[in-house]
Design a protein around this ligand. Structure first.
Ligand SMILES: Cc1cc2nc3c(=O)[nH]c(=O)nc-3n(C[C@H](O)[C@H](O)[C@H](O)COP(=O)(O)O)c2cc1C
Length: 197
């Protein structure tokens, strides 16, 4: 297979599209859409979000040392896009998108978004200046999963939530499971049970 040489860039895809919430005392809470986000440690659970210093959210996260990562399902996609093209400097994004801010355990200011399928409340453990972005690494100190998106066994149903990924400037929704962890070596009866669900 031949490859066309291309400019080195941020081609890693899909990236999660998430809505990161933050707040400072005496100011309205804000939402910034982030695609440069990832899981970076399991124990303790840690995630990263990379934020350009010019964003309204940047000094809020830096000064308060906390943020909430809200996953985006299909119902939130339009709001997520809006929160990625308008700044909290001049827009109340919660009000503009009709979203509700709810307290997140362990956070002193940053709220979660009530409509989000899953939220992760994080305390900043380190901030790396990488060039264009500051990577805030946060320890997940509490989390919430929307009740209506759990299956009967209590597992989060990501297909029902229609979680959204960001791929080269476009959004795509997860709608079909293609396998499960370890399916390549699973016994035939396990494969049958799990894949025919
Ligand atoms: C899909 C999408 C992904 C984005 N990812 C990032 C990101 O990873 N880091 C970042 O600093 N800005 C990112 N942005 C841009 C910010 O969300 C945007 O500049 C926003 O208006 C900043 O809001 P604020 O000024 O209220 O903080 C993204 C925007 C979109 C639409």
């Amino acid at each position: 297979m031949a490859f066309i040489p291309t400019k080195p860039g941020t081609l890693l895809s899909p990236a999660p599209a998430v809505m990161v919430t933050c707040a400072r005392a005496g100011e309205r809470p804000n939402i910034i859409t982030i695609a440069w986000a990832g899981t970076v440690n399991s124990d303790p659970p840690m995630v990263s979000v990379s934020v350009r210093p010019g964003r309204h959210s940047h000094p809020i996260i830096r000064d308060t040392g906390e943020f909430v990562v809200n996953l985006v399902g299909r119902e939130l996609l339009k709001a997520a896009d809006f929160c990625g093209v308008r700044s909290g400097r001049d827009t109340d994004k919660f009000a503009a998108c009709g979203l509700e801010a709810v307290p997140a355990e362990g956070m002193s200011q940053a709220p979660a978004i009530a409509q989000s399928p899953v939220w992760l409340a994080c305390k900043v453990r380190s901030a790396l200046e990488l060039g264009s972005h500051t990577m805030f690494i946060g320890e997940v100190v509490s989390a919430g999963v929307r009740e209506d998106l759990s299956d009967p066994s209590g597992r989060f149903d990501f297909l029902k939530a229609g979680l959204v990924a960001y791929c080269h400037g476009e959004y795509a929704g997860l709608t079909r499971a293609l396998g499960f962890f370890g399916f390549s070596v699973a016994r035939p009866e396990v494969l049958k049970r799990r894949m025919n669900k």
